[in-house]
Write a protein that binds this ligand. Structure first.
Ligand SMILES: *Cc1c(COP(=O)(O)O)cnc(C)c1O
Length: 369
């Protein structure tokens, strides 16, 4: 009998337990925001960005940012067809239209040429999602955005530890969003972060995130707009403070796991792994294998092979346009094609070499059998 290999699980040390215990014991009354403000300051420091607002999730952070940009009915927002639903759901809830474009073959991120071709007078934003830690082409997207007067937003939920020409993912666009869900590189259980260098946008999001209460409003209980309630709890933030202190170690762990997969699979024909083009660093949130077309390996054969080996691997994101609530986009051929022959590999922080070797053996087995 082998033990089941998990897909992801967080790295929790005595430091997280100590801070969470302190928050549970003392983080009330006058101290009830202390860990939240510390997490915002420390995470902003890690990114090298001016402002951060802790939220209950990345989805909430995206919703706040889009709302603060004034995005609503009649507006179009461009993003890659290959994405998790969380990146697009706030667009839909705000009444705007999601325009789904195809991805690049190597980085699995949105194709800048197709982004530009999709721009119309109604386009208000481009959401650049750094898929599985792989960087979108930020130079081209920022240039296209500037030329057309369209905001470029970064959903960097999967890109802690990733950078573009030395600038950290999430710090380059009009705003960036992060997720601290338990599966992500750093966690608060559930949680997220909105970040920006734009002081006015920061002020709007601060107000919107707290039921529309402007911090400068002198009257108590006097919201000036109808806002949202997407705040993080202080106990969660305490765990986050410990994780940010350890963030270099957490990122290094993800990169170490990816490097070992690369070594275990080097010289194996018929597959490709996460890309790291020159000038970029990939935080490798999710090591992923894409099998060549001519191997005949499919989503279905992958699921059953990993299940048989008692390994929790997950399918590559389905194109959003294959989900029932979106219009189909048969022209997004790369998005459809890649997701049908790719799999995310387990990459939990404490994964050891023996477990990674077991995963690699399933992959080589599929190719030899
Ligand atoms: C995980 C994830 C989200 C959702 O994060 P939550 O904190 O669960 O809302 C959003 N976008 C991307 C790219 C993600 O990977």
């Amino acid at each position: 009998m082998t033990h089941r290999i998990a897909y992801t699980k967080p790295s929790i040390t005595e430091l997280e337990v100590e801070y969470a215990t302190d928050a549970a014991r003392n983080g009330w009354g006058a101290q009830c925001y202390d860990y939240i403000h510390r997490l915002e300051r420390d995470f902003a420091g890690h990114l090298g960005i001016a402002h951060a607002v802790a939220t209950s999730s990345c989805t909430g952070a995206m919703h706040l940012g889009l709302a603060a940009l004034g995005i609503g009915p009649g507006d179009e927002v461009i993003l890659a067809d290959t994405n998790w639903i969380a990146s697009v759901a706030p667009v839909v809830h705000l009444g705007a239209t999601a325009v789904l474009v195809d991805i690049l073959e190597d980085t699995w991120c949105l194709d800048p040429a197709l982004v530009e071709a999709a721009i119309t007078p109604r386009t208000k934003a481009i959401i650049a999602v750094h898929l599985y830690g792989s960087m979108c082409d930020m130079d081209r997207l920022l240039e296209i955005g500037a030329r057309h007067g369209v905001a470029v937003i970064e959903d960097a939920a999967e890109a802690i530890g990733s950078s573009w020409q030395g600038r950290r993912a999430g710090s380059m666009g009009a705003f960036g969003t992060f997720s601290f869900h338990g599966t992500k590189t750093m966690t608060t259980g559930e949680g997220g972060m909105f970040v920006t260098n734009d002081a006015a946008l920061f002020a709007r999001v601060t107000t919107l995130s707290n039921h529309g209460r402007d911090p400068n409003e002198p009257r108590q209980f006097f919201p000036t707009v109808t806002g949202y309630k997407f705040k993080m709890a202080n106990v969660s933030a305490a765990i986050g403070c410990a994780q940010v202190e350890r963030i270099d170690e957490l990122i290094a762990g993800k990169r170490r796991i990816m490097e070992l997969y690369r070594a275990l699979l080097s010289g194996v024909d018929g597959l490709s792994l996460n890309a790291e083009p020159d000038g970029t660093v990939n935080g490798y949130w999710m090591p992923t294998v894409v099998f060549d077309r001519d191997t005949g390996v499919t989503r279905e054969t992958l699921i059953s092979a990993f299940q048989a080996a008692d390994i929790d691997a997950r399918v590559f994101f389905w194109p959003l346009s294959e989900l029932p609530m979106f219009e189909s986009c048969p022209g997004n051929t790369t998005a459809h094609d890649i997701s049908s022959r790719a799999i995310n590999l387990p990459s939990y922080h404490d994964m050891d070499e023996a477990a990674q070797a077991r995963v690699a053996a399933v992959i080589t087995g599929l190719l030899s059998g």
